[in-house]
Design a protein around this ligand. Structure first.
Ligand SMILES: N[C@@H](CCC(=O)N[C@@H](CS)C(=O)NCC(=O)O)C(=O)O
Length: 225
């Protein structure tokens, strides 16, 4: 059954791969699963019809028959469980991949999102200039630790996994901050993720929503709510 995901009708990042449907698109592309996309406006996301799918009124969601999921991490986990390509076969290696998924979303993403939110909505406050270096410091702290662990490896635990997929998308949220560039090994890690054909297909599909030129082969439905 072809799943349908939701994505921004008009993404604030102008379709540059930062909205979290990118994670889901990338995962689906990695495993070769075709998917449909229903685009939603900011207003529609807060309507009851969308909240029935996503209690917090956000994207992405994932519908597959009777199954409705929200939370990008849970959706990627579901895709990785149902298809080959995102989890290693070995049970312990798979458990470590899951650990990296949680680390990406629970340990690395929070300071990055906190910083990004501050730059968007706290700029006009008198204390912003004092707060930003504190937030930068929290991000750097995590990147110091992550780059130490990654070392010269290509991926976090041997082969590319759903853990890397989420970590790369999380680190990409630093685009424009200049911080990631301070970490050459992490920058190279993100570039490796971005160079994967599946990533590129997902990126092109997300960007096409913004430009209005969907690539061939995608079934992209207009917003219905
Ligand atoms: N933890 C959620 C976060 C979802 C989220 O923040 N979605 C954003 C787009 S990337 C959104 O819908 N923002 C609009 C809003 O919150 O009104 C996930 O990973 O799926």
């Amino acid at each position: 059954m072809t799943p349908t995901i939701t994505a921004f009708e008009r993404s604030p990042d102008r379709g540059k791969g930062l909205a979290r449907d990118m994670r889901v698109r990338w995962a689906l592309e990695e495993v070769g699963q075709p998917y449909g996309v229903r685009l939603v406006s900011f207003a529609a996301m807060k309507e009851p019809a969308h909240r029935a799918l996503h209690p917090f009124g956000q994207i992405p969601t994932y519908e597959e028959g009777d199954l409705v999921l929200f939370e990008s991490g849970a959706i990627v986990f579901h895709i990785a469980e149902r298809h080959a390509g995102l989890f290693p076969d070995d049970a312990n290696a798979r458990a470590r991949a899951v650990t990296w998924m949680f680390a990406a979303l629970n340990t690395v993403e929070p300071p990055i999102v906190e910083r990004a939110s501050a730059t968007l909505v706290e700029r006009d406050h008198a204390w912003y200039e004092e707060r930003l270096p504190i937030l930068d410091g929290r991000v750097r702290h995590r990147l110091d630790e992550l780059s130490s662990r990654l070392g010269d490896a290509d991926w976090l635990d041997d082969a590319f996994s759903a853990g890397d997929l989420l970590m790369v998308t999380v680190l990409r949220r630093l685009n424009g901050s200049g911080i990631l560039e301070e970490y050459p090994t992490l920058s190279a890690y993100v570039a490796r993720g971005e160079a994967r054909p599946a990533y590129q297909r997902a990126f092109d599909a997300q960007l096409a929503v913004f430009t209005g030129n969907p690539p061939a082969g995608r079934s992209s439905h207009p917003a219905s709510r």
